[in-house]
Design a protein around this ligand. Structure first.
Ligand SMILES: C[S@@+](CC[C@H](N)C(=O)[O-])C[C@H]1O[C@@H](n2cnc3c(N)ncnc32)[C@H](O)[C@@H]1O
Length: 277
C-alpha cells in the first residue's frame, strides 16, 4: 500500500504511462483492462491460487475503494498457506469475518477456498461477514461476492464491528484485517473515503490499536484465529507483547518486501494453557 502522496495504485501508474487524456477513457473500462497491463504471468510451473474475478468492477470504482495490491495478495497467500489447517478442522466454523473488506477480494478468496475444501456448502450455517467504514467499499464487496457466487456474504458498513460486537462475541473462528497501516498525521485518520484505506496515524497504529482490544472478545475459543497485515513501522514485536497481556499470541507467518514496505502477516491465536500434571 502506498500513501496518498505516493503512487497508490496501478491507476496512477497507468496515468503516467498513458497520460491523463487516455486515462479518462480507460477509467470507464472494466478493471481487467488495467490488470492485464500490470500483471505478469506466474513463472512456469508455479500454481497460483485463483483470486476472485473483479471483472464486474470499473477502474473508476478504485478511485473510491482500495484496489487489491501487494498487501491484499500477501493476505490471500497466508490463507492459501493455511489451507490444510482449514481442511483438517474437525469443529465446524461458525463465523468468518473480514474487517475493512475493500473490494471484497480477500473474504471472497477465502470463501472460495473454504468451498473447495467442502466447508462452505449452500446449506451452510457458517456466517460470512464483511465490514467496511467506507460505504462504497461495502457496496463493492457485495458486488464482488455476487459476481463470484458467494451470495451468503453479509456486508455491513460500520467502523470495525460497531453494532455487531454483542452478536459476534466469542464466535469468530477466522478474522481478517488488512488495516490502514501507513504512518500519517493523526488528523488523516477517521474518514470514510479512500484515505481510510491507508491513513494509519502515528506509527500507522491508530486503527490497529483500536482493533487489538476487540480480538480477545471476538475470537472463538479455543481455536479462533486472526490474520492481520502489518508493516515494520507498526512495531510488530510491540504488538505481540500487547497481545500476550491479553492471552493471545502473534506469529509472523509471511513477510514480503513490496517497494518501500516490509509487509508481514501476523497470525494471532489464543495462548495455549498447559494443564498441570
Ligand atoms: C488496506 S485497505 C484493505 C482492503 C481489502 N481488505 C484488501 O486487502 O484489499 C483497508 C480497508 O479498511 C477500511 N477501513 C479503514 N478503517 C476502518 C475501520 N475503522 N473500520 C472498518 N473498515 C475500515 C478501508 O475503508 C479499506 O477498505
Amino acid at each position: 500500500m502506498q500513501s496518498a502522496q505516493a503512487l497508490r495504485s496501478g491507476f496512477y501508474t497507468l496515468a503516467l504511462i498513458k497520460g491523463w487524456e487516455q486515462l479518462k477513457e480507460v477509467s470507464q473500462k472494466p478493471y481487467p483492462a488495467m490488470s492485464a497491463l500490470l500483471l505478469s504471468p506466474p513463472p512456469a510451473g508455479v500454481v497460483r491460487a485463483v483470486l476472485p474475478s473483479l471483472e464486474h468492477l470499473l477502474m473508476e470504482d478504485f478511485e473510491s475503494v482500495y484496489e487489491p495490491s501487494d498487501d491484499t495478495f500477501l493476505l490471500c497467500d497466508a490463507l492459501e498457506g493455511d489451507r490444510s489447517y482449514f481442511s483438517s478442522r474437525s469443529e465446524k466454523l461458525d463465523v468468518v469475518l473480514e474487517i475493512g473488506s475493500g473490494s471484497g477480494c480477500v473474504i471472497v478468496f477465502l470463501a472460495k477456498l473454504l468451498r473447495e475444501e467442502g466447508l462452505l456448502l449452500d446449506s451452510t450455517t457458517l456466517r460470512l461477514i464483511a465490514t467496511d467504514v467506507n460505504p462504497l467499499a461495502a457496496s463493492v464487496t457485495l458486488r464482488t461476492a455476487r459476481a463470484n457466487n458467494v451470495p451468503m456474504l453479509e456486508v455491513v458498513q460500520t467502523r470495525l464491528v460497531n453494532g455487531l460486537l454483542d452478536a459476534l462475541a466469542g464466535k469468530v473462528d477466522v478474522l481478517l484485517f488488512n488495516p490502514p497501516y501507513v504512518p500519517t498525521d493523526n488528523e488523516e485518520v477517521g474518514g470514510t473515503g479512500i484515505a481510510a484505506s491507508w491513513a494509519g496515524g502515528e506509527h500507522g497504529r491508530v486503527v490497529i490499536d483500536e482493533f487489538l482490544p476487540l480480538l480477545p472478545v471476538l475470537l472463538s475459543a479455543p481455536s479462533g484465529r486472526c490474520y492481520l497485515v502489518l508493516v515494520e513501522e507498526n512495531k510488530p514485536r510491540e504488538i505481540m507483547r500487547t497481545l500476550l497481556e491479553a492471552g493471545l499470541q502473534g506469529e509472523i507467518v509471511l513477510i514480503r518486501q513490496a517497494s518501500n514496505e516490509k509487509l508481514q502477516i501476523m497470525r494471532i491465536t489464543r495462548c495455549v494453557v498447559q494443564e498441570a500434571d
